[in-house]
Design a protein around this ligand. Structure first.
Ligand SMILES: NC(=O)c1ccc[n+]([C@@H]2O[C@H](COP(=O)([O-])OP(=O)(O)OC[C@H]3O[C@@H](n4cnc5c(N)ncnc54)[C@H](O)[C@@H]3O)[C@@H](O)[C@H]2O)c1
Length: 334
């Protein structure tokens, strides 16, 4: 039974707390949030004690592992504290909102030999995973092009939330840069990004966009394109297509229910899920199972801090590319 300290009692913190409470291999020992009332409410629901002080949780010998689900702007401080305390940690994506911070985290984790996983839960989606495995089996030959679509249904986050979340190219983008590299089996080398505020001009005040198209080149020669939007009026939309020398693989847009109504002259299918959580909820449960095995010292398939920093490096270069309107080299710091 692994005692878990959970940092962050917001949207993702509530998901992790529920899963920790439901998993027989672990128990919630601390919920930490700078908003103590939030921490107390979550602890009352799922167990453990509440505090607004990460150090208090980290000195507790009963804490065997930490999940960081605090705002992106707090990740570096929290991750460094976990590394210094020698606790295996699952850190939500993106690792940070700053490339130097991400570099310091990876250096510190390597030096201390602390196991750090990053919350790329989409790797556990059955459809995405099947595409990855078939690529590795050689089903489509050499990967030449990838196309990833991620459009999120309303409500879009408030523009001011960008200060804590790091913005769309980090927050949403990190998942997709990771999936692309995982599927391509290659390292990203340069990126171009074009974007605008087509949904809400309010994002521009924070230097962010709500609509973007990116192209990414890998060291294998493979090219990836990404289509991101913070508004999909028709539901939560995600699709990945991988084109190779011997064929093509597709992780399709998934309907919320595989049901169609056929009547004379027409056919109606159930549409997309209402939210990213509806679409991906089982992946967070599997991620936790794998993380518990990692914390117990087993060798598992989980996204590492290197994977997180790779995605971060792509995000940082993409943000520069967007501002400077030109292709950017990606600093290889992972
Ligand atoms: N893997 C996924 O699919 C997924 C989904 C959603 C969010 N996330 C990530 O999870 C993180 C949190 O996102 P969210 O949507 O839950 O945000 P949120 O704003 O709902 O919650 C963040 C919580 O962190 C707390 N916090 C912020 N700074 C803190 C500090 N210094 N010390 C203690 N507590 C602090 C806030 O009070 C808040 O309760 C982000 O990095 C986000 O990118 C990942």
């Amino acid at each position: 039974m692994i005692g878990i300290a959970l940092f962050g009692a917001g949207t993702i913190g509530r998901i992790h707390a529920r899963n920790v409470a439901a998993d027989p291999g672990c128990a919630l020992r601390w919920v930490v949030d700078r908003d103590l009332g939030r921490a107390e409410a979550l602890a009352a629901q799922h167990g453990g004690r509440a505090t607004d002080d990460v150090a208090r949780a980290l000195v507790d010998d009963g804490v065997g592992a930490v999940i960081i689900g605090s705002s992106t702007s707090a990740h570096r401080e929290h991750l460094m504290a976990c590394i210094a305390a020698g606790r295996p940690t699952l850190c939500e994506k993106p690792v940070s909102d700053d490339l130097d911070d991400a570099r310091r985290c990876i250096e510190a984790a390597n030096k201390a030999g602390v196991r750090v996983a990053v919350g790329f839960n989409r790797r556990y989606d059955a459809h995405h995973r099947a595409v990855h495995l078939r690529i590795r089996e050689g089903a489509i030959g050499k990967v030449e092009m990838l196309h990833l679509v991620s459009r999120t249904n309303p409500p879009a986050p408030a523009p001011a939330s960008v200060q804590a979340s790091g913005g769309m190219l980090r927050e949403k983008g990190a998942h997709h840069y990771d999936l692309a590299a995982w599927m391509a089996g290659a390292e990203p080398v340069e990126v171009f990004a074009a974007g605008d505020c087509l949904v809400d001009p309010g994002y521009s005040a924070y230097g962010d966009v709500d609509t973007a198209v990116l192209t990414l080149r890998f060291d294998s020669g493979a090219l990836a394109s990404f289509s991101f939007s913070r508004r999909a009026a028709h539901g939560f939309e995600e699709m990945i297509e991988v084109f190779g020398s011997e064929g093509m693989l597709e992780s399709r847009r998934q309907p919320a229910l595989g049901v169609a109504l056929w009547t004379k002259g027409s056919m109606n299918e159930v549409g997309l899920h209402g939210s990213w959580y509806e679409r991906f909820s089982p992946t967070y449960e599997e991620e936790l199972r794998q993380f518990l095995r990692l914390a117990a010292g087993e060798s598992v398939e989980i996204a590492t801090l290197s994977d997180g920093v790779r995605a971060q490096a792509v995000a940082e270069a993409a943000i520069v590319a967007l501002r400077q309107r030109g292709m950017q080299r990606i600093a290889k710091i992972w």
